[in-house]
Design a binder for this molecule. Structure first.
Ligand code: 5GP
Length: 166
């Protein structure tokens, strides 16, 4: 059993406010928030309310199939977000944790490539930044905004209890 870090609902509430404060204090406010589903959904919702930014979209990515168990690469699942909706916007991409960092990197690359594909050159059409509650030291990407760094497996309040079945 690897060491665990447990985030409570109250702890999550405080983390969301603190993370949002650090984003706002950096002088950057997004036009649009993109939640990486499902882990980023609850954090993105909390940040959206804390910031007063109502425009939210989601990108659905699957990678982990169990504790520490992953597919080979993260895969984008339907329904797919229309990336052109991000044109000309400041976009904040939110996830719960950058662990390997592969999921967040895939989404950031996808957004960056969309900018490239429009005219074959680098454009500044989409300015995307990323925010996570946790970053692991091994992550291949360093998110722009991070609440805490840990190398433990994190128990998030929304995925700790068993699924309710009839
Ligand atoms: P990554 O691609 O950065 O390795 O991780 C992608 C996703 O896997 C995260 O957004 C999260 O949903 C899940 N994940 C990775 N590490 C942890 C962890 O320590 N605890 C939990 N509950 N999920 C994790």
């Amino acid at each position: 059993q690897p060491d665990r870090e447990t985030l409570t609902w109250q702890g999550f509430g405080d983390a969301s406010r603190e993370l949002t404060t650090s984003i706002v204090e950096s002088g950057w406010v997004p036009d649009l928030i993109i939640a990486i589903a499902r882990g980023g959904l609850v954090p993105a919702g909390a940040i959206s309310y804390a910031m007063g930014v109502k425009a939210i979209g989601t990108m659905n990515v699957e990678f982990y199939t169990g504790v520490g168990e992953t597919l080979e690469e993260p895969v984008l699942l339907p329904p797919l977000m229309d990336v052109s909706a991000m044109d000309g916007k400041r976009v904040l991409v939110v996830d719960d944790v950058a662990d390997s960092g592969k999921t967040l990197k895939m989404v950031m690359d996808l957004i960056a490539e969309h900018g490239l594909s429009l005219d074959g050159e680098t454009t500044v059409r989409v300015e995307a930044r990323s925010a996570v509650i946790y970053e692991k030291p091994r992550s291949i990407i360093h998110p722009d905004y991070v609440w805490r760094v840990t190398d433990k497996w994190i128990n998030f309040p929304w995925s700790t209890l068993p699924v309710i079945t009839a």
